[in-house]
Design a protein. Sequence first.
Length: 321
Amino acid sequence: MALNEIAHIVKKGERFFLASHKDPDGDAIGSLLALGGTLLLSGKEVVLFNEGPIPDHLSSLAGIERVVDAVDMKLEFDAGLVLDCGNLERVGTVSCHLSKIGPLINIDHHENNSRFGDINLVDAQSSSVGEIIYRLIKLASLPLDLTIAENLFVALQTDTGSFKYDNTTSEAFSIAGELVDWGVKPWKISRKVMDEWTLEKLHILESALKTIELHSAGKVGFITIPQDTLSKADTDNLNCERFVDYPRCISGVEIAVLIREIKKGYYRFSLRSNDWVNVAELASLFGGGGHPRAAAFSKEGSLDSVKQEFLSKAKGFLQGR
Ligand SMILES: [Mn+2]
């Protein structure tokens, strides 16, 4: 079984390359720091790689200063571990060099993972990669301390939407409980990572709420961050992803969509569904991906034409209900 094989490799090896996806979320960074932390505590050497800037809400996690976004690929590693990436390209521009690191270990929970690793541990039943890393730490008898526990908690908490999305299993609760036994304070983590907003962010929400519109007999809800707001603020850094929860909570809405204009004529669509639509499949029609209840894609064009194209594709997913 892949988990046993990976446990064996991390126990035996001395030098590891660890990476998670660009535009990282709490699971990507939490898992990266937790696995890096436990390997360091075991006296091993690690390079923790994440391409591009770390969003503000994740930039105060313990160990974040060890994360680099450039790496000398002539270094030799006993293994490379890629976390929370549905495909290798999600790692960013270094992805083409990673085949030289052997073996390449792919640890993920996206159903449509491309199985790019020499060893693939893809468990779509896991709420988060953090959950899988916790199992790995246990199985390999790797050390755990409060900061590692906190980073694992960040991974679980963010990917389950604070333990309420439908990936919140009893296993996720059990692991979170064990992390709390290690001393993790859920409210302290929540404030740091999810629930501490700036006044500026609330004002952006205020303008965004006015853009909410319903389509497809009220089953699709759009919320758009207006372009003039975007030009004033770096909304990626402000972590506005959760604005999608506002159209999502409207009675009758099945698919909620947050639309952000990343650059002129280039839109990022963040999708959520409530009950039955597989938005990962819907996003894949536009070259994106994700999970059945949370996915994303980017698309060029005029806002109106992109919305119309989305609605016509969404129609097929909404039929029969
Ligand atoms: Mn994840």
